[in-house]
Design a protein around this ligand. Structure first.
Ligand code: GLU
Length: 471
């Protein structure tokens, strides 16, 4: 493979690590070990197509780190997938999990294919063959490696994977935990599909609670009315945009593969998503102006830019023209190393990918716990909570002689169901990680950005585990 002008994705991740090592007191050689991918396997397998022909597919799964097990990370289906990309994404998973205290090593998988070019039947046969190859080589299982959705995959593919695993390992009582992001009726957890996008929203909310950070970017006020540009209206971009709009932010540009939609009054995200589902792209959407050259709009004037599509979107070619005051990396690796330096020099704050999009793996962790404990969250205590809350409400009413207003009474007495528990756990995780990053940022005079601070937090935790168990 010829190296791209901005370096490969993995090289970009490695340069970020190299820059961070000076803030860590690691024994010689440890940084190299922590950053090196442990194992990468490549599998090739034939699958029969609908027309009777056979096609050979190529896929990879990388386990970047096994300092904690299982190793965790999604499986991506895209025509540009390659080994370097899978290793870079696996490395980001290691740092992501450590940062948000999800006790996993990092992993990632990729299959080189364009899902749009295959029927559902073909995709099922391909997914089952890929899963079989990975299971047989020990790269899928509830205790060693647990995939999840990523670009081009979703709960449908995860259902095929869990079913394949169950057929090959019928004795494994924890088989449901071999993959996360499953449909709820197949052992999934409520709130997983929306989790990455919701996590992005929680991060931005937390940013606006930290007035000193807001002031450093030159932004004022809170989220309401802020102008946002979103690149990519896939699962992550769609949910992030939807929840931010519900918080009264204005999504003024959506960039998709076939162009951009611009509407300064705010785009109706639900309507646009529906349009894309029916027409395949944004072209022709009546709720805004259409422009064919989508990526040009990354430099459109706005308050917050959210790249939620592919890696390598903000490069030296456009970094000097970015006009946002805050960039939140909902995608993995959307800013190249060099472009990141340019944004830093220009005073544009970046919330890094392995924090901003950690909501997905956080809720995957909740799903995996649910699978291993074989019980839905809230099943044992929901009615008990309600019963206790009712006793308190009754006591207050009896003591005061006044009736509590019915809406408030309802809120107090509502027991926690699975969705509200998942959302609360996600919110808490993102807020806690934000504060950890911020503290490290302020404690180290040399650290100039949140990316470096976040990586210091992650690598310290990984190094601590190695100090206890060895390299
Ligand atoms: N693919 C998602 C990510 O990049 C989720 C991974 C997971 O849940 O394991 O973070």
């Amino acid at each position: 493979m010829t190296a791209p002008k901005n370096g490969t994705f993995l090289q970009n991740v490695e340069r970020m690590v190299a820059k961070t090592v000076q803030y860590l007191d690691l024994p010689p050689g440890w940084a190299e070990e922590i950053q090196a991918p442990d194992t990468t396997i490549k599998v090739q397998f034939p699958v029969e197509m609908d027309d009777g022909s056979w096609k050979t597919f190529t896929g990879w799964r990388c386990t970047h780190s096994e300092h904690r097990l299982p190793a965790k990370g999604g499986i991506r289906y895209a025509s540009i997938v390659n080994e370097d990309e899978v290793e870079a994404l696996a490395a980001l998973m290691t740092y992501k999990c450590a940062l948000v205290n999800v006790p996993y090593g990092g992993s990632k998988g990729g299959l080189r294919l364009n899902p749009r070019e295959h029927s559902e039947g073909e995709l099922e046969r391909i997914t089952r063959r890929f899963a079989q190859a990975l299971i047989n080589k020990g790269f899928i299982g509830p205790s060693d490696n647990v995939p999840a959705p990523d670009m081009g995959t979703g709960e449908r593919e995860m259902a095929w994977i869990v079913d394949t695993y169950q057929m090959l390992r019928p004795e494994d009582i924890n088989y449901l935990g071999c993959v996360t992001g499953k449909p709820v009726d197949m052992g999934g957890v409520r709130g997983r599909t929306e989790a990455t996008g919701r996590g992005v929203m929680y991060v931005i909310r937390e940013f606006f609670r930290n007035r000193d950070d807001v002031a450093r970017t030159g932004l004022t006020g809170d989220l309401a009315g802020k102008k946002i540009v979103v690149q990519g209206l896939g699962n992550v971009g769609y949910h992030a945009a939807k929840f931010l709009a519900e918080d009264d932010a204005r999504i003024i540009v959506v960039i998709e593969w076939d162009g951009a939609i611009i509407n300064e009054d705010g785009i109706d995200i639900e309507a646009l998503r529906e349009w894309i589902n029916v027409h395949g792209g944004v072209k022709g959407f009546p709720g805004g102006t259409y422009h064919e050259e989508g990526t040009r709009f990354l430099t459109y004037p706005c308050d917050i830019l959210i790249p939620a599509a592919l890696e390598g979107q903000i490069t030296l070619a456009n970094a000097a023209d970015i006009q946002a005051k805050l960039v939140v990396e909902a995608a993995n690796g959307p800013i190249t190393y060099e472009a990141d330096r340019v944004l830093l020099e220009r005073g544009i704050m970046v919330i890094p990918d392995f924090f901003a999009n950690a909501g997905g793996v956080t809720v995957s962790y909740f799903e995996w716990i649910k699978n291993l404990s074989h019980i839905r969250f809230g099943r044992m205590q929901r009615r008990l909570d309600e019963f206790r809350a009712k006793a308190i409400v009754d006591a207050i009413e009896a003591a005061t002689g006044k009736e509590i207003e019915s809406k408030l009474k309802h809120r107090i007495m509502q027991g926690s169901d699975e969705l509200s528990m998942v959302r609360s756990g996600l919110d808490d995780t993102m807020r806690e990680a934000y504060q950890e990053i911020k503290q490290t940022f302020h404690e180290n005079a040399g650290i100039e950005d949140f990316r470096t601070a976040a990586l210091v937090v992650s690598m310290k935790k990984i190094a601590n585990t190695h100090k206890r168990i060895g390299l």
